[in-house]
Design a protein around this ligand. Sequence first.
Ligand SMILES: [Mn+2]
Length: 317
Amino acid sequence: MTLDEILKEIKNANSFMITAHENPDGDAIGSCLAFATVLKEMGKEKIDVLLKEYPPIFNTLPNIDLIKSEASLDKYDMAIVLDCPEIKRVSKEYHKYFEDAKITVEFDHHLKNAMFADLDVVNPAAPACAEILVSSFRYMKIEISKDVATCLMAGIITDTGGFRFNSTTRETFEFAGWALAKGVNIPKIYKDYLMTKSKSQFEAEKLALDRLEFLMDDKIVFTYMTKEDEEKLNIQPGEFDGIVGIGITIKGVEVSIFARERSDGFKVSFRSNNIDVADICMLFGGGGHKLAAGCTIDAKLEDVRKAVIEETKKHLK
Ligand SMILES: [Mn+2]
């Protein structure tokens, strides 16, 4: 089985690079740090977690100092990609280390995964990549320490919206119970990584909500943020992540859409209560999960707005 091979390769390898999708969220960062901590506890000396930028609220996670924006080696024995459905979603400057690694491994829970590594562990039914790591570590008989469990819980709590999404499984709660018994401070993880926001994040949400419009008998909500807004409010990486989720909490809303201007166009995020928004995003070259997906469209705001709303209307009919 794949996991037996991965364990064998981990034992043989000395240097590791670990990465995740660009603009990493709690699951991406928590999974990376959980894996890095496991390798550190195994006595591996060279471990680089390569992530360009990440939300500063995660700075209190164990072994956060293993995160580097630049590689410290030319070549790594093993490349591990987490919470990422295809290599193109990893920051471009890290592709070289993936290609040059002796062996590549991925663990992921996205719906349409490209199976891009030598060894792929993919389970779209898992609510978080971190939860796949829980069962994988257990299968490989790798001990889950309190630090590892803390990182994994951070991933699980953020990706399940605090056990709210219906992707949450019995295993999610079982692991939470196990982690609690191990001494992991779950209320603190919940508060620090899910419930706390900076003033600039609050201001960003306020502006986006003020602009939120209701369409198609209030079944669709749309809002946006421009580069100019971002600069004016001094918004930090990750501080937009909660906006799209607010619209979907309104009774009667089926799809919430948030478009955010970046250098390569508008990054459009979708949340749904029922229809498959990954399908919509795939039409625009993106993807994701059935109820949470995204894409990037290089066009003017008004054209982006029109295109995504028209497509969503078609899917809602
Ligand atoms: Mn995830």
